[in-house]
Design a protein around this ligand. Structure first.
Ligand code: XMP
Length: 521
């Protein structure tokens, strides 16, 4: 999307890179992530008007640490593009212009009081002192020529600097995290007072622009979309429908791994609430279950389900084409973080498990439209609200594409699926009833292939164990187990044992991520 007002966040691999971009967007300015290897040509083609360097896990002295080329650095200087360096970003600027960075005596991590010595620009309207969030080992010991210190803390004399001639600014701390007092004001001062940007990024204007763009692109073609009932595909479908009306054909593959009553709810929503003319529900439950019969390995199950999905969708598309003629486009609900690889070394390292949203392959001979590809999840939710989608759907906990199939360990059977659906409905129903649902980021149940002895009435039982799992997280990269009240857990456990046959033991997972993952499988 071309905007005349873009802030480039240059990624040095820091854990907060996406958070910086989100903060800028929340202030009404479009921000995108760029690799540290970016070139002036790339920045010019995106209309970049200001730059923020992220933090990063390396030391600026690391041989293989990320370094911006002198060509790009000269471009910023020549064009007077303001640059704000955060943490590693500040250290990089400092070293690049001839300053000195040294290893700190001790790592500084957490809140620190900082004294501000110059309140003319970045710290405009700040008090003399401010509480900030530090997370660094190295620090700047000597400034390059032409730079001046604008704030200091006890452990870090050069906590902030600036060079107005070159339009360079640096902060050793993180204004993007909520623990930094007035961090948003600081970013706003950079955007509006220093870089003189204008607020023109809003979801209202995004919707308007997208509708026009989609209409121009689609023309008279017919368009097909796969929906799952999740937020991204639903918002994509509604935005498309608003743009092109009944040229949109919506296909919902019911693979049988949805939660209790969910397929019917999805169908009712599209047919009755939204009144879509072309909505198709494919009942492929048996097909999918047959395909994974006898398979216990989790990756193998995921692969089979992924392939089956593609096969089912393609076959149905061919059927539709016989009736309506060829489709011109396929819509995908890709969102911004799906597209942006972080420079974080840990991300490229070990692939823990194959995540796929039953994605349709590039080999399908259709052009792809991704109407949400510029947006973060919270922005997708905002668009959803503006399109009048009910809060209940918009604020739902995340649900994996392959659904309950990744929550039944070992072989999948109809009996196990039915059991887990009942258990999950009780768990989620109870936390909703108690008004606790939105206290947790994601909650669900898992069925273990384990039987144990119990006693009910006077008889011995030998039945399955289910796990309740609930976590709090920001982006699913890390998660902490939720502290559900004992009272709630007690009621849920009781209801499950009394209402679900074949289960005689309920356990609660108290592991965070890492070391565990959120799902079991
Ligand atoms: P893990 O288990 O890797 O999960 O900690 C992180 C988040 O991703 C969700 N998840 C998926 N989401 N398709 C999805 O859309 C998938 O195949 C998939 N597998 C896991 C998981 O529910 C959690 O929110």
């Amino acid at each position: 999307m071309v905007n005349n007002n873009i802030v480039a966040v240059i990624d040095f691999g820091g854990q907060y890179t996406h958070l910086i971009a989100r903060r800028v967007r929340d202030l009404g300015v479009l921000s995108e992530i760029f690799s540290w290897e970016t070139t002036p040509a790339d920045l010019i083609s995106h209309n970049v008007k200001a730059v923020i360097f992220s933090g990063g896990p390396n030391s600026v002295y690391d041989k293989n640490g990320p370094k911006i080329s002198s060509e790009t650095m000269s471009f910023f200087e020549k064009e007077k593009i303001p640059v704000l360096g955060l943490c590693y970003g500040l250290q990089f600027i400092s070293l690049y212009y001839g300053g000195k960075v040294i290893p700190g005596k001790k790592r500084e991590y957490g809140n620190t009081i900082m004294q501000i010595s110059d309140k003319s620009h970045l710290f405009k309207n700040f008090d003399d002192e401010c509480n900030v969030w530090m997370s660094h080992g190295d620090k700047v010991a000597e400034l390059p020529e032409g730079f001046k210190t604008t704030a200091s803390s006890e452990n870090c004399e050069i906590a902030a600097f600036e060079n107005l001639d070159k339009m360079l600014f640096g902060l050793q701390f993180h204004p993007e995290v909520v623990h930094t007092e007035n961090g948003t004001q600081l970013i706003a001062n950079f955007l509006f007072d220093i870089a003189k940007l204008v607020k023109n990024w809003s979801m209202e204007s995004y919707i308007e622009e997208q509708i026009q763009q989609i209409r121009d692109e689609v023309g008279d073609n017919r368009v097909i979309i796969g929906v799952s009932g999740g937020v991204d595909s639903t918002v994509s479908a509604i935005l498309m429908h608003k743009s092109i009306g009944d040229k949109l054909h919506c296909v919902f593959v019911d693979h049988g791994f949805m939660r209790k009553d969910e397929p019917e709810e999805v169908e009712r929503f599209f047919r009755e609430d939204l009144n879509f003319k072309y909505f198709y529900k494919i009942n492929a439950q048996k097909d999918f279950l047959d395909a994974v019969k006898g398979v216990s390995d989790p990756e193998e199950k995921r692969k089979i389900i992924g392939h089956k999905f593609i096969e089912t969708f393609e076959t149905f598309e061919k059927e539709l084409e016989k009736k309506f003629g060829k489709f011109g486009f396929l819509v995908q609900g890709t969102i911004y973080p799906d597209r942006i690889e972080s420079a974080q070394p840990s991300k490229s390292a070990a692939k823990i498990k194959t995540h796929h949203n039953l994605a349709l392959p590039e080999k399908m001979s259709l052009k792809v439209i991704e109407p949400l590809k510029e947006l973060y999840k919270d922005e997708v939710r905002k668009v959803g609200r503006l399109l009048d989608i009910s809060p209940e759907l918009i604020e739902r906990h995340p649900f994996p594409g392959p659904g309950l199939s990744v929550r039944i360990l070992g072989e999948l059977t109809q009996e196990k699926l039915d059991t887990l659906k009942e258990v999950d409905a009780i768990f989620i129903g109870e936390i909703k009833k108690r008004g606790e649902y939105h206290n947790y980021w994601q909650s669900f149940s898992v069925l273990l292939p384990v039987k144990s002895v119990g006693v009910m009435g006077d008889s011995r039982t030998y039945e399955w164990t289910v796990v309740l799992r609930s976590v709090n997280s920001v982006d699913a990269m890390t998660a902490d187990w939720s502290k559900i009240p004992y009272e709630t857990l007690a009621v849920i456990s009781n209801k499950i044992i009394n209402n679900v046959e074949r289960v005689n033991r309920v356990v609660y997972d108290i592991t965070s991520k890492p070391p565990a993952t959120i799902e079991w499988e």
